[in-house]
Each structure stands twice: as C-alpha cells, then as structure tokens.
Write a protein that binds this ligand. Sequence first.
Ligand SMILES: Nc1ncnc2c1ncn2[C@@H]1O[C@H](COP(=O)(O)OP(=O)(O)O)[C@@H](O)[C@H]1O
Ligand SMILES: [Mg+2]
Ligand SMILES: [Zn+2]
Length: 487
Amino acid sequence: MAYLSFARKYRPKDFSSVIGQKHVVKTLKNAIKLGRISHAYIFAGPRGVGKTTIARILTKCLNCKEGITDQPCGVCENCLEIDKGSFPDMYEIDAASNRGIDDIRNIKEGVNYAPIKGRYKTYIIDEAHMLTREAFNALLKTLEEPPPNTVFILATTELHKIPETIKSRCQAFLFKPPTEEEIKEYLKKILENEGIPYEEEALLLIARYSKGGVRDAASLLDQVVTYSDGNVSVKAVEELLGIVSDEYINSFLTLIKEKNIKELIKQFQKLYREGVDLNIFWKQLLDKIHEALVEVSLGKEHPIFTEEDIKDLIYIESIFRKAFQEASSSEEPKNLYELTLLKLNYIKDLKSIEELLKSGVSISKKATTVEKTSTQEEATEPKKKADSIELAIQKVAKDAGKIIAAALKKTKIEDHGNNITIFCDDKLLQILQSKLDVLEKSFGKPVKFEKLQLKETKKKSKKRDETVDKVLDLFQGKIITYKEGGQ
Ligand SMILES: Nc1ncnc2c1ncn2[C@@H]1O[C@H](COP(=O)(O)OP(=O)(O)O)[C@@H](O)[C@H]1O
Ligand SMILES: [Mg+2]
Ligand SMILES: [Zn+2]
C-alpha cells in the first residue's frame, strides 16, 4: 500500500476527533440537531487547523445514509466517498487556481441541479479570498438567492480580504490554532496507534515548532520518525530542526540580560562554526524573549528577567524581530545578527520614550497613505467594524504575540474606513508603537495613535532633540511625524 502521511491518515473523520475548534464544533452540531443549517459559512483561520476537515465532516453529517446527524456513521457509501474526496455532491474548489468569473459561473449553473446522491450539495471554496472581484459579485448573486439543499463553505486564511457584502451573507467561524498541549496529545495518539516509541518532551517540541498548525505538526512527526529510525526523542527533534537546547538558550538570555556583548559574540560564532541554523536559533531566542516579556509583564516569576527589564525587553524584542525579518531575505544572516547583538550596548543610552513624549514628540499617521482598492471601503455597520477589529486583534496576537494583543484590547479603537485611530495612554503607546508595522498589516490600513487623556501640549523648541534622533535610529525609525507645538 502506498505510504500515507500522518496528516492524511489521521484526518479526523468525525467531530469527536477534531482537536481545538470547540466553538465551531459545538455550533455546527447544534445547528444540525435543530435543523438550522446555514446556506453559507466562512471558515477563517490559519493553514492546517481543520477548515477542510470540518467542511468534510459537515458534508457527511448532511449526507450520511443513516439520516442527517451530528454523528455520521462513517461506514456507509456516502461517508466513505466523502472521506476519499470522491463524493459527487461535494465540490472542492481551489480559488487560488480558479479565481475567475467563469469558475463561479460554472458553480452558479451547477447549483440549479439537484444533488446526485445525497441530500445536500456542498461547495467548499478553498482560499476564497483569492477570487476576483467579478467572481465575488457572481457569488454574491448566488448567496442572495440561496439555492435549496446547497451549502457553501468559504475557507480562507485572510478573512479581511473577503468583501463585506459576502461576509454579511455567511455565518463566519474563526478557527484558532489548537494549543501546544492539544497538538501534543494528537501526536501522542498517532504514535500510540502506530506503536512507535517516543519521549513526551519531544512531542511538545514538535508542537511548539509547528506553532498551532496541526498539519505541520503531523508532517514534522513524519520526518522525525523517518530520521530517527522510529524513536521520537528530544535529541532527534533538535537535530532535525537544527535547534539548540532550551538550556543553551537560557544561558544566552542571561548574557543578554548582563549585556555581556563579548561573550555573546563568542558564543554566537561558536554556534555558527558548529553549523547551527542561525535563523532557527534566532527564532528560538526571539520566542523566549517574547515569552519572558509576557511573563514579566503579567507579574509572573521568570528565572532570568524581572519587572525592571520590561523596557529593555521591549527594545530587545523589537530589534531582534526586525533582524529576524530582514534575515529572511539575506544570504548571510550572520553579520546581521552580530550587528544586532552589538546594538545591545546602546540600551543604556535609550531615554525613556515616555520622557520623549512629554517633551513634544507625538506619534502620528505614517507619512505614506496606502491606497485602498477593495470593497472594504464601503461604509459598514458598527458591528461589522467591531468584528473586523476583533479579527485584526487576533491577527496581531498571532503575528506579534498575546501581550501586544492584550495591550490593544485596553485601548479605544476607531475604524474610520481608510484608517484606524488607537486611543491609549503613554504606557500602552510605548508598547504598541514598537509594533506599528504589525498593527498596520493586521488592520490592513494606516494606524495612528492619539493620547487618551488630552494633556496640554507644551510648546517646545523647534529644534529636534538629539535624543529623539538617537531613539529613532535605535528603533530604526518605523514611525513617526515630528509634531511641533500641538498641531
Ligand atoms: N483541528 C484538527 N484536529 C485534528 N487534526 C487536524 C486539525 N486540523 C488539522 N488537522 C490535521 O491536518 C490536516 C490538514 O487539515 P485541514 O483541515 O486540511 O486544514 P485547513 O485548515 O488548512 O483546511 C488534516 O488531515 C489533519 O490530519
Ligand atoms: Mg484546507
Ligand atoms: Zn454514513
């Protein structure tokens, strides 16, 4: 028999074996029980977290020969064909390669026919955000007059690219990456079923490195099993991923805290000579720094950093992250990373941003305004805006971490259509400002900050402060317009 990857072999066949996505599963099961199936759903979320899987399970629920049920039998002809992907009433369309009006027209014509074998036809449109505007318009007409016995499921990794008009006619579910613990349990089940020995810690490591992607975790497990001749050990995972041990990362963090630049460079060069993948190492470091920042900010104990380090950590995280992003397009990341380590020397020169703000720098809209193109520009109801803000916050949590998202939640956010204004106090401003790029990416529009309590703006000398330049330089000048005398 052909070799089947773990991800495919262990695709859940019913709701009970889906991990995470509790709210999606619960709502769908209830809808099935109550006979309140919507004619169109949006499944939004990152790759490999169960969108297609659940779309198929839903198809089974609607078409199992035993009757409409939230627990399809799994053995009837229809259930089996759906598992194989050969059921004639389930249409799986990849919008990335069928983006155009003709493709949607085909669907539109097809929906008029009754199901061939089952009770319901399902159209699973993957990467739905890739459809062209014309295709969306055609789809919209279909959704406006929903054909009977047809369920549309639009799966997307980029909900914000789906036009509001479409969204408003669908029931949307936000799929979240399952937790590391949940993924670990899933991997464990696979290995136990396969009779392959493993170390529990190794599974946790795999879960951590797949960052919530269940498919990625399963593929990684495939690789480790092959690489390690069938014993999934921490050592095998570390070797395969080219990662260094947690212990080593912690000793590196201690040097960072001590700003022991000399030793840092020495250790770093040693890793380089040993052939460690520097990008992966840097990412490990970054994750640990982020973790420390979150823990310390939440008042938790951390073995290396304390509350006094928060400002340093914010700065370190921001320059380390920047280096990581730049390294992805660089042939030789070593120099870039070394330079970043050297910058740690300048932390002590860094004046508190709060002080700077008091002395007249204010954060304002980015100079360049992004041209908006899509239908998102249409005026939307407050609820929609609230939803899209909520979604943006989730993206932020994913891209910049939970603490930034938490900070964002403490602010007042106004969606003006073309741009976003965030009202917050100085402390939050300081945190959020360091993530301006992520915020703008997540909201998909320029972001500007306003202070929550309007303090009187002091008139200050027109000459730009030297420290301002220094800080701009250190933060690599994402930002900002320099405002004079309270414009
Ligand atoms: N929530 C989940 N529970 C269990 N397995 C999952 C889950 N999400 C993804 N998988 C695994 O990953 C594979 C790909 O999942 P899929 O549903 O196709 O992801 P996507 O969200 O990209 O559509 C599945 O075959 C399954 O093995
Ligand atoms: Mg999919
Ligand atoms: Zn069945």
